[in-house]
Design a protein around this ligand. Structure first.
Ligand code: ARG
Length: 463
């Protein structure tokens, strides 16, 4: 049975049906689909478009179908029926077919004043709404995990990098908190997208609306939406909120990937800053010394797929004339893939971080030459223009490197050889910890600022 048997003499070529069926992918929308159908049928009955009794029967049967699918009693697999070898075109048709099997002809009334075009647009918005709340919860969990690590390592000093070169000493906690800020903006992007997701396309019909006296606001309210999408053509033809969601996913993955990359570098023998727990690393079958950060690498690698998902949907949409085109069916795979990937990666990252140990001694030992800027600033405070001070400090660093000694090891006499402005008080700034204490600006790496931020984040994350 097909929904358009009346018009057609021959049925769709079986290979063409298989080619065009989305059931294998969109079956995971069955709950959303049934939720939307129940709201629709309640409205139809309330408005007297179908008899209340029929509405009630349909609703009960839909709930039954949902339970059966949940328990695996009714499978939404492509082969619906051995005799007919019917391949349902999509989740909507599969459920409707089942409904008619259960309640007979009246099941056909469910689709009054509705099209699969507004139906799928609705299902995806319900799916997005749920996914956004899951992803935001995982971001929060990830932030809390980072905060725990930052607090545990609150005194650890490390070299801050620019160009992957040692730049200035910073607190490890400060470095970690940078990621908390980044993913907070990701969370905001998801929440912001939710505002636009929360509008109901139901009732737009195929594209032009319907002459039945439906109440779009009623179904929107029942489904917990803030409003209806007011232009019926727009409601069935755009996928911009899906693209927004994918773009927020891509951005989140980009942040996770940078963090993963640092953990990968930091786990190497050369850095030796961190050790990721055995449960999240793998060994080598031939090189016994190896401990590979595979999970972090996979998070970095999967970022590429999510970028691909975003690009795929942007490309599908480009050049589509209004309103619905079957091309739109291709939105689901990238959407589900990105959502699965970002949720998996967020929870994997949190678990992996929990097992990661930060090597405080090594961090601090690597903080040599980080005081060059302090030396320059010292000269500035003594009245030298910054450019000049910078040049002098640079020469000192070069000479120390040649002698293989650190800035702290160079005697004051030698400093005075470069500039008469160096005095006894130089010793105070040639100490990494006191150099951190000297930082005053908001958001700087001074222990006071970092602690303040940490406390603020802990409050925010306990909301
Ligand atoms: N499976 C379809 C999709 O995902 C549902 C809408 C079908 N509409 C149509 N006019 N063929 O886009």
């Amino acid at each position: 049975m097909k929904a358009w048997n009346g018009r057609f003499r021959t049925r769709l070529d079986p290979a063409a049906l298989k080619f065009s069926s989305s059931l294998a992918v969109d079956k995971r929308l069955y709950k959303e689909d049934i939720e939307g159908s129940i709201a629709h049928v309640e409205m139809l009955a309330r408005k007297g478009i179908i008899p209340t009794r029929d509405g009630r029967k349909i609703k009960r049967a839909l709930r039954g179908i949902e339970r059966e699918i949940g328990k695996g009693k009714f499978s939404l697999d492509a082969k619906m029926n051995n005799r007919e070898r019917f391949v349902a075109e999509d989740v909507h048709m599969a459920i409707e077919k089942k409904l008619i099997e259960k309640v007979g002809e009246i099941g056909g009334k469910l689709h009054t004043a509705r099209s699969r075009n507004d139906q799928i647009a609705l299902d995806e918005r319900l799916y997005l709404r749920r996914s956004i709340s899951i992803v935001c919860g995982l971001i929060l969990q990830f932030q809390k995990r980072i905060l725990t690590e930052a607090e545990r390592n609150i005194d650890v000093i490390m070299p801050g990098y620019t160009h992957l070169q040692h730049a200035q000493p910073i607190l490890l906690a400060h470095h970690l908190l940078a990621y908390v800020s980044m993913v907070e903006r990701d969370r905001e992007r998801f929440i912001d997208c939710l505002r636009r997701v929360s509008r109901s396309p139901l009732g737009a019909g195929a594209l032009a609306g319907t002459s039945f006296p439906i109440d779009r606001n009623m179904t929107a309210r029942k489904l917990g939406f803030n409003a209806v999408l007011e232009n019926s053509i727009d409601a069935v033809s755009d996928r911009d909120v899906q693209i927004e969601f994918l773009s927020a996913c891509a951005m989140t993955m980009m942040h996770l990937s940078r963090f993963a990359e640092e953990l990968i570098l930091w786990s190497s023998h050369e850095w030796n800053f961190v050790e990721i727990g055995d449960a999240f690393t793998t060994g080598s079958s031939i090189m016994p010394q190896k401990k590979n950060p595979d999970i972090a690498e996979l998070i970095r690698g999967k970022t590429g797929r999510v970028y691909g998902d975003l690009m795929a949907l942007l490309t599908v949409m480009k050049g589509l004339p209004l309103a619905y085109n079957r091309d739109l069916q291709e939105d689901k795979e990238p959407l589900f893939d990105a959502c699965d990937t970002v949720t998996d990666c967020l929870s994997m990252f949190s678990s992996m971080l929990k097992t990661t140990r930060f090597n405080a001694r090594r961090f601090e030992r690597m903080s040599d030459f980080l005081l060059a800027t302090e030396v320059a600033d010292y000269l500035v405070r003594k009245g030298l223009p910054f450019r000049k001070a910078h040049a002098i400090a640079g020469t000192i660093v070069r000479d120390c490197l040649a002698k293989n000694i650190s800035l702290e090891e160079l005697p004051l006499k030698s400093y005075q050889h470069y500039s008469k402005l160096f005095g006894k008080d130089l010793r105070q700034i040639l100490n990494i910890r006191s150099s951190l204490l000297q930082k005053k600006s908001i958001g700087s790496t001074s222990p006071r600022e970092v602690r303040k931020l940490l406390i603020r984040w802990k409050k925010t994350c306990d909301r």
